[in-house]
Design a protein around this ligand. Structure first.
Ligand code: CTP
Length: 486
């Protein structure tokens, strides 16, 4: 029996004492299993508790819920033989020990009741395959048939059975292996890794929702490039995000090459991840150059070009989000904006940093300007130190100007100082083209610094723009020809 101090301390929690009493009273063996045990040993914050019952998980769950009284909610999933109890923010899942087998072309397993050993055999990785007994006569006894504790200590991800069997039972586990490697900074053991490469194409039978869940956990990990490189190496990335693998490699013509845009993308992503936990900014970094594979050209005079890759890349974002089952609302729009605008600050520092260019950047990026600046700074991955320093120096200048101009003109949350309704009322217009022209003229004048962003100045400018279109305010027209307004 292995005794791990962290486990013993954890089991002192009242929830485990209570579960132990319930297990004894129902008279069935009960264990804490899976990610919860792994996370205790790793000292990570654990979330849901998984309880394995050699018998009916539903019976134990019902008894447990009734001992908690009113505040507890019990959900029973008879089809799956599982149940869940929520109490004061804590979720405990109960499952009966099972033996599962899968046919080759289906995710639907044939399930039978099983022993503790059967259940541990059907799980994904040794690190998730440790069970701790809760019954009072064996309270705290650890079952670790595959050496999971030692693998946690060594930082190794390995399947308990032949990896071909484990991955064939549930191909999502290939993504999970990569996810754990990236999230926990563990290594995937050689045989397990080779089996992922061999079985990668089986990921096709897995639903998009389950895949994206794992991919997002990779994206949220400390260095997402670890997971993405593993996905690339095993062939998973080609299946999930072919737009990214299309960026791989360096082509050379007349002795002139370009950078490997896949490796560059990973470097940018890790730099962003060092500074920000915002998942969508990380997605922006991952996708910022996806247009490059599409627009890449070689020109004898200028060499390799990637004209409009930001624009083309931004157009690819919505279909990519739809395909991957990522959220199509504000999150997609934000990522599309990041991809679209990621060249703007750098283009700006290559020219003279004029106030009106900075104002326009503020207008287009709006409240996301700081995220955009972070992405642009991370985008400088050149090895040329002098160039990097020059760019970063210029970015510092842009940042300063952004602050100055925002203080003065408040462009970040730009609202037209004169609304379309007001223009219609003043000039007695129905919704029509001139209303838009006048509104635009005011906005452009503010962005160009011709007038400040204030109501009286905008009002005056509106009168002048309208006059150029031959329009007069209705009230003025009334004074001249009152009968016109009847
Ligand atoms: N499991 C498995 N195969 C899967 C998913 C899960 O064998 N495809 C097993 C593992 O033993 C896992 C347990 O079910 O530990 C619980 O699954 P889940 O809650 O999805 O994962 P965790 O390991 O708890 O990790 P996380 O909470 O980080 O998702």
């Amino acid at each position: 029996m292995v005794d791990i101090k962290s486990i013993t301390e954890e089991l002192n929690k009242s929830v485990f004492r209570r579960l132990s009493e319930v297990a004894d009273s129902v008279g069935v063996p009960c264990y804490v299993v899976g990610g919860y045990v792994r996370d205790i040993i790793l000292g990570r914050k654990s979330k849901d508790i998984d309880i394995l019952v050699v018998g009916s998980g539903i019976d134990v769950a019902s008894r447990y819920a009734s001992t908690l009284g009113k505040g507890a909610s019990l959900a029973v999933f008879r089809n799956f033989g599982t149940a869940q109890v929520k109490y004061r923010g804590l979720e405990v899942e109960f499952v009966g020990a099972r033996k599962e087998s899968y046919s080759h072309d289906s995710r639907k397993p044939v399930v039978e009741d099983g022993t503790l050993e059967d259940d541990l055999n059907r799980r994904d990785f040794t690190i998730n395959d440790i069970a701790v007994c809760l019954n009072s006569d064996r309270f705290g006894e650890v079952s670790d048939p595959f050496g999971g504790i030692s693998d946690i200590e060594k930082g190794i991800i390995r399947t308990p059975l032949d990896p071909d069997t484990t991955f064939s039972d549930d191909p999502l586990r290939m993504m999970r292996a990569v996810r754990f490697a990236s999230q926990l900074q563990f290594e995937i053991e050689g045989k397990t890794l080779a089996a992922i490469s061999r079985n990668a194409s089986r990921l096709k039978i897995i639903s998009g929702e389950r895949i994206i869940d794992e991919l997002n956990k990779i994206m949220a990990s400390p260095r997402p490039s670890v997971g993405l490189r593993l996905m690339e190496r095993t062939g998973l990335l080609q299946l999930v995000l072919p737009e990214l693998t299309a960026l791989k490699g360096v082509e050379s013509i007349d002795g002139r090459g370009h950078k490997d845009n896949f490796l560059h993308t990973l470097a940018v992503l890790d730099k962003v991840a060092e500074k920000s936990n915002n998942l969508w900014l990380r997605w922006g970094a991952l996708l910022h150059d996806i247009g490059k594979a599409v627009v890449k050209r070689y020109d004898k005079r200028t060499g390799w070009t990637f004209h409009n890759h930001n624009f083309v890349g931004a157009k690819m974002v919505s279909s990519l989000f739809r395909r991957l089952k990522l959220p199509m609302g504000d999150e997609m729009k934000y990522v599309r904006k990041m991809v679209d605008l990621h060249m703007r600050p750098i283009a700006l520092v290559e020219d003279e940093v004029t106030d009106s260019a900075v104002r326009r950047l503020l207008f287009d990026a709006g409240k996301d300007i700081d995220d955009l600046m972070l992405l642009c700074e991370a985008d400088i991955t050149s090895k040329n130190r002098e160039k990097v320093e020059r760019f970063l120096g210029n970015f510092a200048l842009v940042r300063k100007k952004l602050v100055d101009i925002e203080e003065k003109d408040r462009i970040r949350e730009f609202q037209p100082p004169v609304s379309g309704e007001e223009i219609m009322r003043i000039f007695g217009l129905p919704p029509s083209k001139p209303v838009g022209l006048i509104k635009d003229a005011i906005k452009e004048a503010i962005l160009d610094g011709i007038i400040p962003n204030s109501y009286p100045e905008a009002y005056g400018y509106m009168l002048r723009s309208a006059a150029e279109l031959g329009l007069k305010p209705v009230e003025a027209a009334q004074t001249e020809t009152p009968s016109d307004n009847k």
